[in-house]
Design a protein around this ligand. Structure first.
Ligand code: ACO
Length: 276
């Protein structure tokens, strides 16, 4: 089944191996409505298996990444509709955590502006996050009398130092992209004018590497965090073994041959050749 020609709440543009996925409710600062969640679930399911897509970038239309859950459509309108609320919540958690965090290709959140509340989940589900240094982040749930729910408290506790996680979630104070980089919430903060170029450069760099090795590596890093040491050893051994058979580019033997025998390649000085 091919991508629908258009989605009401999401734009998809595929170009040179990169899928640019844009949350598209700029008039509501890309707040996540049930409709947006249903659209994202379909979009991610399709792009996950699209052979033309090597890297996915998630961003927002206009001056917001996303203002979080749509307080009107996702919360208030569904308060008395348990069936519809459950459908919306299922779609929400499936796209913004499970689909994204275990996406088969590398994912980059391009944080172009406001990023509030529920938007922290897809932000952290992406493998990389590059923010404009004047982007505005906020855990504003405390002002609505709700918890940073869904998975927000969990991702915040996992991705931010504890002092900062408590400080920002309990006060609801905002912070900018530079602070987000300093505390490790995003990989990098850059001037707004350079944001798209920086994301494109990273995406192109990722496309020079073996897709199977990238997927196995990102999965390994995510999974070992919650494993005891012995279990991590076992898991990583098994994963490493399986990767030797799954890597279509044969990175291991090719890389070693080029480094040890041909002396044509030094990973500290150049990317793996022949991967463009
Ligand atoms: N839910 C529903 N509607 C929203 C949301 C939201 N999270 N965020 C913005 N909107 C709507 C506004 O109600 C407004 O709608 P209207 O034109 O019908 O009045 C429209 O988007 C534009 O919002 P403004 O406030 O006018 O835009 P501005 O650029 O001045 O401010 C900002 C943007 C800072 C993002 C502000 O809208 C805001 O503080 N939003 C709330 C953010 C928030 O608290 N998110 C967490 C929600 S809880 C959760 O995610 C679990």
């Amino acid at each position: 089944m091919a991508l629908k020609p258009s989605y009401e709440n999401v734009l998809v543009e595929k170009k040179e191996g990169i899928a640019w996925v844009t949350l598209n409710r700029p008039e509501k600062r890309n707040a996540m409505s049930p409709g947006l969640c249903f659209d994202m679930l379909e979009v991610l399911t399709e792009l996950n298996t699209d052979p033309d897509v090597r890297v996915l970038v998630l961003t927002g239309a206009g001056d917001a990444f996303s203002a979080g859950m749509d307080l009107r459509l996702f919360f208030r309108a569904l308060d008395d509709k348990p069936y519809e609320r459950q459908l919306a919540r299922d779609a929400d958690r499936r796209w913004n955590w499970y689909k994204l965090a275990y996406f088969s290709k590398p994912t980059i959140a391009m944080v172009n502006g406001y990023c509030f509340g529920g938007a922290f989940t897809p932000l952290c589900a992406c493998d990389f996050a590059i923010a404009a240094d004047d982007a505005v982040f906020g855990l504003s749930e405390v002002n609505w009398g709700i918890l940073p729910g869904g998975l927000v408290s969990k991702v915040v506790a996992d991705f931010m130092p504890l002092r900062k996680a408590i400080y920002y979630s309990v006060t609801g104070r905002t912070f900018d992209g530079k602070e987000a980089e300093k505390i490790g919430l995003v990989s990098l903060a850059v001037p707004r004018a350079r944001l798209k170029d920086e994301v494109t450069t990273l995406a192109k760099d990722l496309m020079t590497k073996s897709p199977e090795v990238l997927k196995a590596t990102k999965d390994a890093i995510r999974h070992v965090r919650s494993m005891p040491v012995d279990q991590a050893y076992e898991y990583l051994e098994a994963k490493s073994e399986s990767m030797r058979f799954r890597d279509g580019l044969n990175t291991r033997s090719r890389g070693m041959e080029e480094f040890l025998d041909k002396k044509t390649y030094r990973p500290g000085l150049q990317p793996m050749p022949g991967r463009k």
